[in-house]
Design a protein around this ligand. Sequence first.
Ligand code: EPU
Length: 413
Amino acid sequence: MIRGGKPLNGMVTISGAKNSAIALLPAAVLADTEVILDNLPNISDVAIYSELLEELGAKVTRRDDEIRIDPSQLVSKPMPNGRVKKLRASYYLMGALLGRFGEATIGMPGGCNFEPRPIDQHIKGFEALGAVVTNEQGSLHIKAEKLRGAKIYLDVVSVGATINIMLAASRAEGVTLIENAAKEPEIVDVATLLTAMGAKIKGAGTETIRIEGVKQMKGCRHSIISDRIQAGTYMIMAAATRGNVLVDNVIPKHLEALTAKLEEMGVEVQEYDEAIRIIGKPTYSAVDVKALVYPGFPTDLQSPMTSLLACAEGTSLLTDYVYGTRFKHVPELTLMGANIRVEGRTAIIEGGKFSAAKVKAADLRAGAALVVAALTVQNEVTEITNVEYIDRGYDRLVENLRNLGADVWREIS
Ligand code: EPU
């Protein structure tokens, strides 16, 4: 429940990144001894992933923002259903278990289903490494007598496929080259952990990644990078409410595409070493945004950005080149009075004002878009349901917003 109209003011500290954490947790499977991750985000996707690892036999202990995973007793048992269906990133267990045990049976992943999300490039990678992949009643059975390094060209730039191949290739015999690899900061974070565990990886963050497989990997301590998407969402919220917010514990370079667009709209952005200050202005200009793979504008911020553009003056075009139909937030924003039309992979957004309504989060970022919109509505209460989607990726959202002066509360039905 959000009673909007209050400019956000103060400081928010950003947690570790969801899309790193849910790759680093399964990466721990590859080690023989304990892996410790800190700066762990307090989100439901992490909780579910921890339970998945426990189901496989890992010993998991969590304290505050630190998690310890002891994978020494872990086995590769089939995981056709249950928790794997709740998460998209359960697909990383395919690469991790394949790397460690040469075999994995994992149900097809769930998660935010804003459009069909194929995993053909993951499978292509596993097969190139020598695995045989069969579909057994909706689960993928992946088995390799011996994993051997290979040259793999990704037909589409995929974060998930890049990481999954890195996981399996770390324990393959010989050298793997991933070409047309994704360059997202989360890929670099996973490579950093794998390297600390003993893998030999070069080129993470560029389009060619070279992985020399090793026979054994060990535990280590690793600090998860900060969440650029949570940070970006707070930047957008600060701008939309005409607030003044210091977004702390961020890597400003990871947010350059957003920063550039905010400045183009007329928002004042001040960058520090590990923080960004957003100073809102009374009016904003319409701008065009193209969501692309990193370092382009992130698709995960296009939904919250839609809400900000709906408060600008004039017509903005927002095109998503990563997910062509990721617009489940649009009908709900329309219920709140926005004037948005979707044509193909482009949303045409006429600037105006939001009004309060009862709306439903259709997925994680669609939910964030509704929060941005609701925060702008003067003195009226917006009710957002299905907030469990938002809990998947935003650490302590209600608490953070309240600290910034917003009138937000949770009603348990
Ligand atoms: N694709 C294929 N085949 C594949 C894999 C991907 O065609 O085998 C296509 C997808 O359909 C999409 C594009 O390639 O059009 C990019 O997909 P990618 O594989 O990069 O996405 P992902 O790894 O499944 C991760 C994040 C998403 C984020 C995307 C893009 C995780 C668990 N998820 O998904 O995060 O949108 O990268 O940056 O890391 C979110 O946080 O809200 C979220 C959905």
